[in-house]
Design a protein around this ligand. Structure first.
Ligand SMILES: [Zn+2]
Length: 492
């Protein structure tokens, strides 16, 4: 058997790992690379393997950087089964449709850029006939594609992908390909998330493999704690926060509660919370419901202004069997009455979203996108960022070159939708809501396997995180720790 890594090698997106055994090819995850718009198209346009030759996919969870290329795989001729938990399948449906819309918009954007680059070059050529044309050189320097861009996939490709899903419960073995079987265990990262245990039989040789997917952290709201990893010969582990420690969740609840109280005391304005629609949005809502139960907070309204987050919340509520005990008892209690429910609205239409901006009541607004680069949050920011009655709560990772990062870095003036805005809003950063294990969590999960594991591969982490983790794991007794580059092949 051999393993090849086709993404999330030295960064945290595009998770895609290929197992070849008994003449079969199995993918663990099939994720989109996410980053700058112009770069992502080029990096996502191809696979490093033949899509039609893949026999099956085993899917760790529904985040788009782990499942977002499935429709392209199907477009490329894949017709096998996609194995996932029930929760992952349901979330993948809404996330892949949302992603198809983004692909269409991104292709339009790139074609506009192409048109601009071409017309600029043609004007230059007309103005100075003897000068060499600048168009190809300009294109060569930039990441703008030369040919007309078509979306990576559209809704119809998603429709063709969904029937290929085979849904499974946790801990039940299923056959994947000849000599390969697998089962899911709760990874405690988002609803339905799993770490994967696989058993590969080649003749008399049996190899056990564990892929962590995105490994969660204990004590996260709603979800059960991640299950301890099984024994295996080969581990493929994420390393997102391989060199960082998270503050505890209790601190987050206190800080969020304080921010809501500040809003209630002001009696006007906004607490804007940019969120990722799946996972973070539900965690914040759950934490808010706790806060409203435990603190006497005056007239504050809560709006979830993200149709995707609303649909994801519905799916989370559909699966109480995935909840931890605390959330389960809370869930049954909240069915009857909740102080959050009385204050909460989910807005669907664009008109309802706009109407929120004219609502004079003090309001907590949860809206996507999490890094403030797109989505409805941008309009809320444009309306409120220059008001001293606004507080912006940054609860997720903010990548370089995003509006979110500029706010975290305390920019006094920012550009939103082509206009300059003074930042008078208070910006509060809370780093503790992460749904990934931190350095201590990863070491605690992996170290018990140090003596027996033959090899451990670190993926899904930038090198400043995975390299220190690799050193730590060698110190803990792992004989072989690899930090693979793209398309690298390992034989066993
Ligand atoms: Zn994830």
């Amino acid at each position: 058997m051999d393993l090849l890594f086709h993404g999330a090698t030295g960064d945290t997106t595009g998770s895609c790992h290929l197992l070849r055994a008994n003449g079969c090819e199995v993918l663990f995850d099939c994720g989109l690379y996410q980053g700058r718009r112009s770069e992502t198209y080029a990096r996502n346009a191809h696979f490093g393997f033949a899509a039609a030759r893949i026999d099956a996919v085993v899917q760790s969870h529904a985040h788009v950087d782990h499942c977002g290329k499935l429709p392209m795989l199907v477009r490329g001729g894949f017709g096998g089964r996609i194995h996932a938990t029930h929760g992952t399948r349901d979330l993948a449906e809404i996330l892949l449709h949302d992603s198809a819309n983004i692909q269409v918009k991104d292709a339009e954007h790139l074609n506009r850029e192409r048109w601009r680059a071409r017309s600029y070059a043609e004007r230059r050529r007309d103005a100075a006939r003897n000068c060499p044309p600048t168009y190809p050189a300009a294109l060569a320097r930039s990441t703008i594609p030369e040919a007309e861009v078509t979306p990576l996939y559209v809704d119809e490709d998603v429709d063709a992908t969904l029937p290929l899903f085979d849904s499974h419960v946790y801990r039940e073995w299923f056959d994947v390909a000849r000599g390969v079987r697998a089962r899911f265990h709760d990874a405690g990262h988002i609803l339905g998330s799993a770490w994967i245990e696989a058993e590969i039989t080649e003749g008399a040789k049996v190899t056990r493999l564990v892929f962590t997917g995105d490994y969660g952290r204990p004590g996260q709201p709603i979800l059960r704690d991640p299950e301890p990893l099984a024994e295996a010969d080969i581990f493929i582990s994420e390393s997102t926060y391989g060199a960082r420690s998270h503050p505890p969740f209790v601190d987050m609840e206190r800080q969020l509660g304080d921010a809501v109280e500040r809003l209630a005391r002001r009696g006007r304005g906004r607490l804007l919370v940019p969120v990722f629609a799946v996972g973070r949005a539900q965690n914040i809502l759950y934490t808010l419901s706790h806060i409203f139960e435990q603190r006497a907070i005056g007239d504050v309204h809560v709006a979830v202004d993200s149709p995707l987050a609303s649909r994801a919340t519905e799916i989370v509520l559909k699966y109480p069997e995935y909840f931890d005990e605390e959330a389960l008892s809370e869930f049954h209690r909240l069915q009857l009455r909740s102080r959050l429910k009385e204050r909460l609205t989910f807005t669907e239409s664009v008109d309802d979203s706009k109407a929120l901006n004219r609502d004079p009541r003090p309001m907590v607004v949860l809206s996507a996108s999490g890094m403030m680069e797109s989505g409805r949050i941008v309009h809320h920011l444009a309306w409120h960022i220059s008001s001293e009655d606004t507080e912006i709560l940054v609860v997720g990772y903010q990548a370089a070159n995003t509006l979110g990062r500029r706010l975290v870095e305390k920019a006094r003036e920012v550009n939103i939708l082509g206009h300059a805005f003074q930042v008078r809003a208070k910006v509060t950063t809370m780093n503790g809501f992460s749904a990934h294990a931190d350095r201590e969590g990863l070491l605690a999960a992996l170290t018990p396997h140090a003596k027996r594991a033959k090899a451990l591969f670190l993926v899904h982490g930038e090198n400043d995180q995975r390299m220190p983790l690799a050193r730590n794991l060698v110190e803990r007794g792992f004989a072989r720790v690899e930090t693979p580059e793209d398309a690298r092949r390992f034989e066993f």
